[in-house]
Design a protein around this ligand. Structure first.
Ligand code: HOZ
Length: 425
């Protein structure tokens, strides 16, 4: 038995499913989780000493790869001065200045996770509009707050529980569900609920039903509908923020959202989230406004140090994004060619440096097509990659992430492994 298997056995006795977050239990792909002990650049090493090319990158935030020197040094320096104060610190101001500059927002509030960011942004949207209903999209995932666990993606979809038990019907009643990449479904809901919809929340690139980019005009249509019906547009940029471009999906697609939520990506690997928007909206948050939201660990100095170090590098090195696009495109095209040659029906969806291989004959442009994919083939693909030293997301409904630390040789190695695995599918 490997050390990972032994640890997993012990973990299952004291933690639900042996994990602290469901997808990583690897139940959907018929294996046990590898317990990781180290990350270096684009690689991770497990407790048995196996080394893998990492295509998870902590589910997105490690855009610079593991243990980037500048991030590591910033964290160590911060640690020497104190782990937490629950009081304002200078670095919070620097962080807020940089985040607002990069994202074209005016004010930001730091929180501790994407879940918290979304929960707070929804409260703000409701407080600012005086309306209760929220439109989300089937298969989009916005964290695990009660009202967002309705047709949710990510781990909820992977585990077969897109509508979680434990969410009272009243909590979910104000969540209306539209179809991603289908603006007409949003219009119908807005028309059926006149003056009642506070916000439309969307992952500008859906990445929790697997990666599904927006069809041309979809995000622009949402902007227009929100304006026409007096609802706020919220971009959940937990995955796309600072990754698709330095200014996230807003800049990349040229569509402005009223509120934007960020998650782990803003902390460079530390637990952070944030929500941001115009001064007019954000001034409604306590202590200035009537929308209450608080947290002792919000703006934690160690987390801010990691986040600021990473964001400064991203802001000052636009070539990182050019390289991420090049590597992402090469990986996508290489995989497409491999599946074509192996006669395996597959779609390789991509937006910049995030990708998903869908085992589907037809293009995947939304939730229904993603759900219809061949999940058994995906599980086989996942296990094959792992055996060949590639550490990818253990679910059809998640993304693979590249980082600045991934070299062309890593892409070569992934494609060599993929070719071998594709022959077995
Ligand atoms: N399901 C989340 C990613 N979309 C987090 C997975 C994890 O950390 O296990």
């Amino acid at each position: 038995m490997t050390r990972s298997e032994t640890l997993f056995q012990a973990a299952q006795l004291v933690m639900p499913g042996g994990v602290n977050s469901p997808v990583r239990a690897c139940r959907a792909v018929g294996t046990y989780p590898r317990f990781l002990s180290e990350g270096r650049g684009s690689h991770v090493i497990d407790v048995d000493g196996n080394e893998y090319i990492d295509l998870i990158c902590s589910w997105g935030p490690l855009i610079l790869g593991h243990c980037h020197q500048a991030v590591e040094e910033a964290v160590l320096e911060a640690v020497r001065h104190g782990l937490s104060f629950g009081a304002p610190t200078e670095i919070e101001v620097k962080m807020a200045e940089l985040v607002t500059k990069m994202t074209g927002t005016e004010m930001v509030r730091m929180v501790n996770s994407g879940t918290e960011a979304v929960m707070s942004a929804l409260r703000l949207a409701r407080g600012a509009t005086g309306r209760s209903k929220i439109i989300k999209f089937a298969g989009c995932y916005h964290g695990h707050s009660d009202s967002m666990l309705v047709k949710a993606g990510s781990g909820a979809l992977t585990g077969g529980a897109p509508d979680s038990a434990g969410v009272p019907a009243e909590m979910a009643a104000d969540t209306l569900t539209a179809k991603y990449n289908d603006a007409a479904s949003v219009r119908s809901l807005l028309e059926a609920n006149p003056g009642q919809v506070a916000a439309v929340i969307v992952e500008p690139v859906a990445a929790n039903m697997g990666v599904v980019p927006p069809q041309p005009g979809f995000l622009e249509a949402l902007r227009g509908l929100c304006d026409a019906y007096g609802a706020l547009l919220i971009f959940d940029e937990v995955i796309t923020g600072f990754r698709l471009s330095a200014g996230g999906a807003q800049r990349h697609y040229g569509v402005h959202a009223d509120l934007v939520t960020y998650g782990k990506i803003i902390g460079g690997g530390m637990p952070v989230g944030a929500y941001a928007g115009s001064r007019k909206l954000m001034e409604q948050v306590s202590p200035l406004g009537a929308v209450y939201q608080a947290g002792t660990l919000s703006g934690n100095p160690v987390a801010m140090a990691a986040g600021l170090a990473q964001l400064e590098i991203l802001e000052n090195n636009p070539d990182i994004y050019t390289a991420l696009e090049r590597k992402g495109k090469r990986l996508q095209e290489g995989l497409q060619e491999i599946f074509r040659k192996a006669k395996v029906p597959a779609q390789v969806n991509r937006a910049g440096s995030i990708l998903t291989v869908f085992f589907s004959k037809t293009p995947v442009t939304g939730y229904d097509q993603a759900r219809a994919c061949d999940l058994e083939r995906f599980a086989k693909w996942y296990r094959g990659l792992l055996e060949h030293g590639i550490y990818a997301a253990p679910s059809q409904f998640e993304a693979m992430f590249l980082s600045a630390a991934h070299q062309e040789e890593d892409i070569d190695a992934i494609l060599v492994a993929a070719e071998e695995v594709a022959k077995t599918l």
